[in-house]
Design a protein around this ligand. Structure first.
Ligand SMILES: [Zn+2]
Length: 136
């Protein structure tokens, strides 16, 4: 078996069983490139879509948290400055904890809804609601 085939095999094994109800949430891994004085998250849009969040929301969060100006170009986010990837991973993880995962059941099946001007994280799995800090 070639290495490529082994890799395919592994990827296939890692796929969650469809019948399994408690599938584990797969944290999307940022694909980061640092070139010159720019840090590029190549799969930025994909990460936001995997989390079922508006890329603009994640964009605002990341640029504010890192205090780094940036712009979205296609599926990429280009940030000014050299930012260590581990810092970016940490910020994305924080975002997931604050804006994606349900605090009650831990599932990622949530939506951000506006209730009388208050942003709430609403869980589709268990129905829990929690007020969230707004990203400006
Ligand atoms: Zn829940």
């Amino acid at each position: 078996m070639s290495d490529y085939e082994k890799l395919l095999d592994k990827a296939y094994e890692a796929l969650p069983e469809k019948s399994e109800k408690t599938e584990r949430f797969e944290l999307p891994k940022a694909d980061i490139d640092i070139t010159g004085n720019r840090t590029i998250i190549k799969n930025f849009k994909e990460i936001a879509l995997t989390l079922r969040r508006n890329p603009l929301h994640l964009y605002k969060y990341i640029t504010r948290e890192l205090a780094a100006p940036g712009n979205m170009e296609g599926s990429r986010l280009i940030l000014k400055g050299k930012i260590p990837p581990r810092i970016i991973y940490q910020k994305i993880e924080n975002y997931i904890n604050d804006y994606v995962l349900c605090k009650e059941c831990g599932k990622p099946d949530t939506q951000i809804v506006d209730e009388q001007g208050v942003k709430m994280l609403k869980c589709e799995a268990c129905g829990a609601r929690k007020a969230i800090r707004e990203v400006r």
